[in-house]
Design a binder for this molecule. Structure first.
Ligand code: CMC
Length: 422
């Protein structure tokens, strides 16, 4: 077994090396504190592996993303979201019988308890749909047991019900009656119907919308140890229920540096459009160290060359918009921004490329999805990934409660003095 040598204050220590199936190397420091009394410090965990996982492989330098070994390009083009969810959670693509059963279960469990409908009434009209989603997922846990034997059923319940909750929260926000799920439709078509159908009129989801949504959900389905997935593992590691872990992951996703970026991208593009479309001005602002403005949808902790998801999205955005007959001035601004930024020394030096959130918002907009629902769409897509990681963690005998260390930089011991003496 190969090892690494650490010389700490003159003393030499040997640390075991762990290799992943794609040749990645990790120095196992698990015993470090026990033998040296030192810890490692890595704010933001940019260099820290928190687990070993067999779900998703990313090579940020080469722009590779694979779910369980399958390239994202192939899955986005050929697979259904339900197949991909099964693949992520159970490790292999389903055969025909497994797929039929899984799909049937997802259909059967897509209703939410009627009592839960009352919860929607309590939220103010201004409530952000991500806050509603996270609270509703947590509330789902009050209706179902989290016993071990219910694990697979709870996984199905969450995937089945999240789209119903998401669509109901939208309907509530625009004051329309809820549309119940239909057992006849595919997962994406069912969601579109619950979002856009009205009781008085027949609704047939357009195949172009169904295909685009299927692809978007697949592209978002997993991304190894990102902030929200790590949150699901972190919360789950304490033994908290699956519903709590997924609710916490949803909250983590809402932030503008993570899933919330897709909403911010469109808000930013709109702002540039209103300002006369002068994108160069905003590239300059993003480069200015005295200005905290960032180009949303640019940069990634892992991808340092290109984000393969963004390439796929850019490739399909023209096609989908033309199929839908939509002309969006924001698309032109986005392409110009990308072109300018990719030639600019600041972005080249820092390896800042458009990420998945850069073009997804333009597609969602063309599909008629309101801006404040964009991050909910991301959550719908990412849910199978969260579930796969949570399941992998609870089934791994080596996993234990997540509990990082710190370097204390506060006051040394001092004595309490009563308030009158301070
Ligand atoms: N615009 C301008 N400058 C940027 C940007 C940007 N979007 N992103 C990073 N930089 C600069 C940053 O100022 C820093 O410069 P310097 O070295 O001179 O201080 C350098 O690039 C490295 O940035 P960082 O913030 O240290 O990188 P990070 O790995 O900690 O953060 C990130 C990654 C995605 C949070 C960041 O690039 C960012 O804030 N991007 C905009 C928000 C965004 O699009 N988020 C979605 C990420 S993809 C989907 C997801 O994960 O949910």
């Amino acid at each position: 077994m190969s090892s690494a040598k650490l010389i700490l204050e003159g003393q030499e220590y040997e640390l075991p090396i762990i290799r992943g199936s794609e040749g990645e190397v990790a120095i196992n420091i698990r015993a470090l504190r026990g033998t040296t009394n030192a810890i490692t410090l890595d704010p933001g965990y940019g260099n820290t592996g928190s687990c070993q996982s067999a779900i998703t492989f990313i090579d940020g330098e080469r722009g590779i993303l694979r779910y369980r070994g399958y390239p994202i390009e192939q899955l986005a083009e050929k697979a259904s979201f339900v197949e991909v969810a099964y693949l992520l959670i159970y490790g292999d693509l389903p055969n025909a019988q497994q797929l039929e059963e899984f799909s049937k279960n997802l259909t059967r469990h897509s209703l939410i308890h009627e009592d839960m409908k009352k919860f929607f009434e309590g939220y103010p009209a201004t409530a952000h749909p991500m806050s509603i989603l996270s609270s509703m997922i947590s509330s789902l846990g009050t209706f179902y047991s989290d016993a071990d034997e219910e694990m697979d059923l709870n996984i199905v319940r969450l995937i089945a019900k999240i789209k119903t909750i998401a669509a109901f929260s939208y309907k509530k926000s625009i004051g329309q009656p809820f549309i119940y799920p239909s057992n006849e439709l595919s997962y994406p078509a069912n969601f579109l119907r619950m979002m856009f159908a009205v009781p008085a009129e027949p609704y047939e989801p357009r195949p172009v919308l169904e295909r685009a949504l299927n692809m978007l959900l697949i592209l978002h389905a997993d991304h190894e140890q990102n902030c929200s997935t790590s949150t699901a593992r972190m919360v789950g590691s304490s033994g908290a229920t699956l519903f709590h872990a997924i609710s916490a992951a949803t909250s983590a996703l809402s932030g503008p540096l993570h899933g919330g970026a897709n909403q911010k991208v469109i808000e930013q593009l709109r702002m540039i459009h209103r300002d006369g479309g002068d994108y160069q001005k905003y590239v300059d602002r993003a480069k200015d160290k005295d200005d905290d403005f960032r180009l949303m949808g640019f940069g990634h902790r892992v991808y340092k060359n290109f984000d393969p998801r963004s390439r796929i999205l850019k490739g399909s955005v023209d096609e989908v918009l033309s199929d839908l007959g939509v002309k969006d001035p924001l698309l032109g601004i986005a392409k110009n921004l990308e072109e300018v930024a990719l030639k600019d020394e600041y972005f080249i030096e820092r390896k800042l490329y458009p990420n998945v959130d850069f073009y997804s918002g333009i597609l969602y907009r063309a599909m008629g999805i309101p801006t404040n629902m964009f991050t909910v769409m991301f959550a719908l897509g990412r849910l199978p990934g969260w579930l796969a990681h949570w399941r992998e963690m609870v089934e791994d005998p080596a996993s234990r409660i997540n509990r990082p260390r710190q370097i204390y930089i506060g006051e040394n011991e001092r004595q309490y003095r009563p308030v009158a003496e301070r």
